[in-house]
Design a protein around this ligand. Structure first.
Ligand code: CO
Length: 430
């Protein structure tokens, strides 16, 4: 079996298990623990060992994992890989149950810049976390995955909307409410059927449900597609591929200097939170790390460090190739994309691009992306991290189609390229 097929089998298992960002962090936690990483709590004081492997979880939606150096980071700087755990989705409102026209539906709020059309006519389930008070008064947080398809958002028949293939906008308040079931005339109209379902699977009879962070997800598992198996289709490829690949690269790193992976939440909604890249998480961990070494100056460490911000890039779409600048049209399976933007929506500049190209040398193909001047550019955690903590950064990623759909496409060879590049990054002096 070829190397990339082997790598992708584990990647696909991870994607299928990561039905929400909380599940993704839980899966990563398992992976790290199995590989000898020790969990640190922010509320405790730490005593870190040289060469020790550690991770810190914040809000169960973001995580920083690192292999401590054998010598002080003052000498080596930090090699940091960054990515984000969240993806656009449809999130349940606090009081989600709606009864309309004989159906029981859910009120949802759009999380991030979701493409809404792909959500129609899919077998949907619900995952995330709930907060429960038990009969002793104790509060607890529980991971929830309903697993079975329990709802769908039906398209409106074309006969009832003759403009469906034309200019037909989707109203996010009224048009995308999923149907859960049919109302029964004998139903008790005061109870919540969703709460009943959660109670039956995740709670004891005396428990009360206080709050939830739940999202819809497409139950179709990830698959390898294409005449020559050259593509992978899945939900949340942006950016769980980078999260998984960064962690796998860290697991293989033992090079005497401090290697770190930071996986932030809230990238899709602007990153300003305790767990986002515009928040204090990374800086706080770097500070504590530096304090654990004798005579280690945090500012010197930052000046010697580098962040590789990994997030998927737009591959050129054959039906819409003019949406890309003619000289910058990334292709699937043709290597890692360096992302440029003169307004610093991506952190890359000549220096960091040269650093990355030099790192990849002849072994790993590199492409470049810059958006058209007449089209606004997205952003990533790269510029935020660089601006927040003052560490040089570069934005890279594997290319993909259908970004922010609930079913995205990448090239099957690219995750392994990224894994190899990140492995090299952790192994070199900078
Ligand atoms: Co992204």
């Amino acid at each position: 079996m070829s190397e990339h097929v082997q790598f992708n089998q584990k990647l696909i298992d991870f994607l299928d298990a990561s039905v929400s960002k909380y599940h993704a962090v839980s899966e990563i936690t398992k992976l790290l623990t199995q590989n000898g990483f020790m969990r640190l709590e922010e509320r405790d004081s730490w005593s870190l060992e040289k060469g020790g492997k550690y991770f810190v979880v914040r809000n169960n939606s973001s995580i920083i994992a690192f292999v401590n150096g054998e010598i002080s980071p003052q000498e080596t700087g930090l090699s940091i890989v960054g990515a984000h755990t969240d993806s656009p989705s449809l999130m349940l409102k606090p009081n989600p149950i709606i009864r309309n026209s004989g159906y029981i539906q859910l009120g949802v709020e759009v999380y991030g810049g979701a493409l809404l059309k792909p959500w129609f006519d899919r077998d949907l389930s619900i995952a995330g976390r709930i907060f429960v008070r038990d009969k002793t008064g104790e509060l607890s947080e529980r991971l929830v995955d309903l697993e079975n398809p329990i709802g769908f958002i039906p398209s409106l028949a074309i006969h009832l909307n003759r403009d469906a293939n034309g200019n037909s906008p989707i109203n996010a308040q009224t048009d995308i409410l999923p149907i859960l079931s049919q109302e029964n005339l004998s139903d008790d109209l005061t109870g919540s059927p969703l709460e009943e379902l959660l109670k039956s699977q995740f709670m004891d009879p005396e428990d009360s449900l206080l709050a939830h962070d739940l999202c819809l997800y497409d139950t179709q598992p990830a698959s390898v597609v294409g005449l020559s198996n050259e593509f992978i289709a899945s939900r949340c490829l942006d950016n769980l591929v980078s999260c998984y690949t960064g962690i796998e690269a860290l697991l293989g790193s033992s090079h005497g200097k401090l290697s770190m992976v930071v996986l932030n939440d809230h990238e899709e909604v602007g990153s300003l939170s305790t767990t986002g890249a515009d928040g204090p998480f990374l800086e706080s961990i770097i500070r504590r790390l530096c304090k654990s070494w004798i005579d280690c100056d945090e500012e010197v460490v930052k000046a010697r460090s580098m962040v590789l911000s990994c997030d998927n890039a737009h591959a050129v779409h054959p039906n819409f190739s003019d949406k890309h600048d003619p000289n910058h049209r990334p292709l699937l399976n043709r290597g890692i994309v360096i992302k440029y933007n003169a307004k610093q929506r991506y952190a890359t500049d000549g220096f960091s691009a040269a650093f990355f190209k030099d790192l990849c040398e002849e072994d790993i193909a590199v492409q470049s992306f810059v958006s058209r001047n007449d089209m606004p550019c997205g952003s990533t955690i790269g510029p935020l991290t660089a601006g927040k903590i003052g560490v040089r950064a570069i934005d890279i990623g594997i290319s993909q189609l259908a970004m922010h759909s609930c079913r995205e496409i990448i090239g099957a060879r690219d995750p392994l390229y990224l894994y190899k590049a990140l492995g090299k990054f952790f192994s070199i002096e900078q």
